[in-house]
Design a protein around this ligand. Structure first.
Ligand SMILES: NC(=O)c1ccc[n+]([C@@H]2O[C@H](COP(=O)([O-])OP(=O)(O)OC[C@H]3O[C@@H](n4cnc5c(N)ncnc54)[C@H](OP(=O)(O)O)[C@@H]3O)[C@@H](O)[C@H]2O)c1
Length: 160
């Protein structure tokens, strides 16, 4: 069973043209604190969107549908593993500390295994082309706890 972390705007937007269309240094710090020293699982689009790859001090697992040998991309480096999505259940079963970090496609692949959600909501709405509405996707989850970061970003912790 796994945890997921996401940050949305007030309209459940999570991305635009393979970037995150806002910058919250407070949420960035929260993301770092929540994921450091863990195994972060992401899709290839999110991997490509990272300003610095791999995310340091975390094992980066990147889910891919095509073998990486078919890609014209050599930016793998250490602390990074590329795996087919059919290995997702094995990764989760064998690594209780892993955290699913997105994007939309990856959250959907991980949905059956998610038991905890860490959701940030930044203030305002942005132009987005990628959305993920946890209230719709996980209607049975309950918010246990929430806090407000300095810039007004709300962080909520959900569980089943
Ligand atoms: N706000 C947040 O918390 C947050 C977090 C993470 C990401 N994001 C944003 O989310 C967006 C990326 O999300 P995403 O859903 O496009 O990508 P993703 O989950 O990061 O990666 C999707 C990857 O899955 C593979 N795939 C296989 N079948 C697929 C299918 N039917 N449809 C889509 N992908 C398939 C593809 O890999 P192959 O190339 O191997 O086919 C694709 O590259 C970006 O804008 C990113 O900035 C936001």
């Amino acid at each position: 069973m796994a945890k997921m972390i996401l940050c949305t705007d007030e309209n459940n937007g999570i991305g635009y043209q393979n970037t995150i269309p806002w910058y919250s240094s407070d949420d960035f710090q929260h993301f770092k604190t929540s994921t450091i020293d863990s195994i972060v699982v992401m899709g290839f689009n999110t991997w490509k969107s990272l300003p610095k790859r791999p995310l340091p001090s975390r094992l980066n697992v990147v889910l891919v549908s095509r073998p990486y040998t078919e890609r014209n991309d050599t930016e793998y480096g250490k602390d990074c593993i590329f795996l087919p999505v059919d290995k997702l259940k094995d990764i989760i079963d064998n690594n209780p500390e892993c955290i699913i970090i997105g994007g939309e496609w990856t959250y959907r692949q991980a949905k059956p295994y998610i038991t905890e959600i860490i959701k940030s909501t930044v203030k305002g709405t942005y132009n987005c082309d990628t959305f993920f509405d946890i209230k719709k996707e996980f209607p049975e989850f309950l918010a246990l706890y929430s806090k407000v970061l300095n810039d007004g970003t709300i962080v909520e912790y959900y569980t089943k």
